[in-house]
Write a protein that binds this ligand. Structure first.
Ligand code: EPZ
Length: 417
């Protein structure tokens, strides 16, 4: 079953529990290699990218066991940094193994860290920083090989804010000799979670969440129990689904402190929200108001991963919206699919589109091309007349445990087919 059938027209109503964060869990799973010990990751999301990361870790000697409330990882038996072909292809998150394995075993070899449909996904910042720390890195075609007899702390100026490069350098620095200063660091909450996990393991890190992270290398790290924080992008996806359908929803465990910008956009769309420790209450408007202009940016600006969801809500808003995608080169692949549903979208240039909102989309057959765009197509089906078939939805399970279950919990008529 690689499609989702959506019967639109029903406002979402009820409560949904937000799963653990994909983009926090994946670097933390890689980081667990540095402890060479047993770790327990509570609230680890059951998504295909986590399953694939488990396969990679097991291929180099780790043990992984799912328990009721989380994932048990034992990296005491890790014996190699050579990841067999076919394990890391097509999964950007395997890049975190570069810093983790250099720190844990001093060598890495893996393939397939290439780009994907949303953009080039370069790794030059990663390579520059790790090389400055003493790693020798070669990168032919699609295979990367790296060794480091001893990683040494140093000052690194990142040319631009990169979540993955920041995380990789922290992973390489925690067991390095001396102190590492990462300037121009990204500030995403997932980086804060990674640094919090590593600090619990005994690492010495300051400045997480700012543009300057300082790491003092230590001799060893120990395994710990750590709770993966809720996924702000999953929460934001359901936030815009509620707005697009005029619903009334409680997002249980939604990390509202990490969603200020999406909540500000929600308010401009006419939604009413309030939050408490347990999550976010959101009341969507009868019909969303166009917000005029929405620009994605690095945290805490509007997250690129919610751009497609906001685009869908803008398609049924009153008025015109211009969306500018500033992070990835190719994050409008959803646009031709939305036009099949009747959306009125004009390409301005390769980073901007102009949307004239219409009253209602019309159900049709569409194709998911990647994770967040695919999820947004399901949202489009929710606010379309009639039924919409979203094909190639395997992408969605990379980041959403079960989007059909979650949306059905909110009264949506959706089913995997
Ligand atoms: C992380 O990707 C997330 N993935 C992405 O989420 C997220 O969209 C992105 O950060 C931005 O927030 C994970 O955490 C697993 P970047 P990452 O390095 O680290 C350029 C999702 O849907 N760049 O911050 O790959 C790069 O091309 C995914 O959950 C370089 O030029 O993103 C991009 O234009 C999608 N050279 C920009 O920086 C480099 O060496 C930001 O990329 C590295 C990055």
């Amino acid at each position: 079953m690689d499609s989702i059938l959506v019967n639109g027209g029903t406002p979402l109503c009820g409560a949904v529990k937000i799963q653990g964060s994909k983009n926090a869990a994946l670097p933390i799973m890689a980081a667990s290699l540095l402890t060479k010990d047993c770790n327990f990751l509570e609230n680890c999301p059951r998504i295909t990218d986590v399953y694939r990361m488990i396969e990679i870790l097991e291929s180099i000697g780790c043990k992984a066991i799912w328990k009721e409330d989380g994932l048990y990882l034992d990296s005491s038996g890790v014996y190699s940094g050579a990841i067999p072909d076919g394990y890391s292809e097509g999964m950007r998150s395997s890049i975190f193994l570069l810093g983790a394995l250099l720190g844990a075993v001093g060598e890495v070899s893996m393939s397939g860290i290439g780009g994907c449909v949303i953009g080039n996904r370069k790794i030059d910042y990663h390579v520059m920083g790790l090389t400055r720390m003493g790693a020798t890195i070669s990168y032919q075609e699609d295979r990367i090989q790296a060794t480091a007899a001893m990683l040494c702390g140093t000052a690194i100026q990142l040319p631009g804010p990169s979540v993955g490069a920041t995380e990789n350098l922290v992973l390489a620095a925690v067991l390095a000799k001396g102190e590492t200063l990462i300037q121009g660091a990204a500030a995403e909450p997932e980086i804060v979670a990674l640094c919090q996990y590593l600090s619990r393991c005994g690492a010495r890190i300051t400045g997480a969440g700012s543009d300057c992270i300082r790491v003092e290398g230590v001799k060893a790290l120990r395994g710990v129990r750590y709770t993966i924080p809720p996924d702000r992008i999953v929460a934001g996806t359901y936030l815009f689904a509620t707005i697009a359908t005029g619903g009334n929803v409680f997002l249980q465990k939604a990390p509202w402190r990490e969603l200020y910008e999406p909540l500000a956009v929600a308010e401009r769309m006419g939604a009413v929200w309030n939050c408490c420790e347990e999550g976010i209450y959101i009341q969507g408007p009868e019909r969303p108001k166009a917000v005029g202009e929405l620009i994605t940016g690095v945290y805490p600006r509007f997250p690129t991963d919610l751009q497609s969801a906001a685009l869908v809500a803008s398609c049924v808003a009153t008025g015109q919206t211009i969306i500018r995608e500033k992070i990835f080169e190719n994050r409008f692949r959803i646009v031709p699919q939305l036009r099949k549903l009747g959306a009125n979208i004009r390409d301005i240039d390769e980073e901007s589109v102009e949307i004239q909102g219409i009253e209602q989309l019309q159900g049709a057959e569409v194709e998911a091309m990647e994770l967040r765009g695919g999820a947004a197509l399901v949202l489009a089906g929710l606010c379309a007349k009639g039924s919409t078939l979203v094909q190639h939805t395997a992408f969605l399970y990379r980041g959403y445990e079960n989007i059909c279950r979650d949306l059905r919990d909110l009264g949506a008529r959706v089913a995997s087919v």
